[in-house]
Design a protein around this ligand. Structure first.
Ligand SMILES: NC(=O)C1=CN([C@@H]2O[C@H](COP(=O)(O)OP(=O)(O)OC[C@H]3O[C@@H](n4cnc5c(N)ncnc54)[C@H](OP(=O)(O)O)[C@@H]3O)[C@@H](O)[C@H]2O)C=CC1
Ligand SMILES: O=C(O)[C@@H]1CCC=N1
Length: 278
């Protein structure tokens, strides 16, 4: 006899890059496909998702909500208001846990659009969730129960690291570091590959070397007892080759550039919040 509890039924509203990275990672880690449904307006995308992931897809957002314990809102922030207003009645009838992955939209605004008094978790995930190496920041409003916190943490832990934040404003910092962060590292990989080609390597070879080096450095930094600064020092021989490269980065103000880029990212999240909650 199987007396294990039924898995929570999760409805993803929107099945784009971020949602598919999360449910793709959940499926890889063993979450049952029958407990996941995803909605999309395009038939082509629904067919592609069902075929690729083996989950149920549907066009009807209300039907998806009516069967769900957890509703993950995963459309673009600019589409969230109309979506929430259209879901309001179904959400109020069923009162599922709401999880929003939208950048810049605060829990109170979402709750208000959905009719109020709901348990809302704001989640800032990232796309490496697809390969089980995600990093998600989570903030829960006061209506979220301990069991609901635990459930969402478990779901997201199955696709990577989870960090709770106590203040909602900290989600903007999470966005600037890990939500948008994969793009910064991809940009650096692109630049390293281009530099390798400039120095005489083939594109394929430069890409393989750049990607493996990024992977190796991240793996080593995660697994080592030393912090990244010490690991960097261990590559940098006095008066050697690395020292020249690091000097060049420092003279160009790398730390300042990273600071400014992440400030700009967080500010855009705050700006989105102001624009969209009017
Ligand atoms: N991409 C990333 O790295 C990250 C994204 N996020 C957040 O995730 C959210 C989604 O972003 P992302 O996945 O990149 O965007 P995508 O455009 O890839 O996905 C959004 C999806 O929503 C679907 N959609 C739009 N309107 C509706 C609707 N009314 N009903 C059902 N589905 C709908 C669209 O499909 P269709 O047109 O077929 O309906 C589309 O596939 C955003 O709020 C973003 O801020 C957060 C962290 C990281
Ligand atoms: O660029 C964006 O707005 C989304 C949110 C974080 C990553 N991608």
């Amino acid at each position: 006899m199987n007396d294990s509890p039924q898995p929570s039924r999760i409805a993803f509203i929107g099945a784009g890059n971020m949602a598919s990275a999360i449910f793709g990672g959940m499926l890889d880690s063993g979450y049952p496909a029958e407990a996941i449904v995803a909605t999309s307006r395009s038939q082509e995308k629904r067919d592609d998702i069902s075929q690729r992931y083996g989950i149920r897809t549907m066009q009807d957002n209300l039907a998806a909500v009516q069967q769900a314990d957890v509703v993950v809102l995963a459309v673009k922030p600019q589409m969230m208001r109309d979506l929430c207003l259209s879901l309001r009645e179904s959400v109020q009838a069923r009162r599922p846990l709401i999880v929003s992955v939208a950048a810049g939209l605060d829990a109170a605004t979402l709750d208000n659009w959905l009719g109020g008094d709901l348990a809302v978790i704001r989640c800032m995930p990232n796309t490496p969730s697809l390969v089980g190496a995600g990093a998600s920041g989570l903030y829960a409003n006061a209506r979220v129960s301990d069991a609901q916190r635990q459930l969402v943490a478990e779901l997201l832990t199955s696709v990577g690291l989870v960090e709770w934040v106590e203040q909602e404003a900290q989600i903007e910092a999470v966005t600037a570091i890990s939500g948008s962060g994969p793009a910064y590292f991809f940009l650096f990989m692109e630049s390293l590959e281009a530099a390798g080609v400039e120095l005489g390597l083939s594109t394929e070879s430069a890409r393989r070397l750049a990607l493996q080096t990024a992977f190796g450095a991240a793996k080593m930094a995660r697994e080592s007892v030393f912090d990244p600064a010490e690991l960097r020092r261990r590559v940098t021989s006095p008066n050697g080759t690395t020292e020249r490269a690091i000097q060049t980065f420092e003279e160009a103000g790398l730390a300042d550039i990273v600071g400014r880029a992440t400030q700009a990212c967080a500010e855009r999240a705050r700006e989105l919040s102001r624009e969209l909650s009017k």
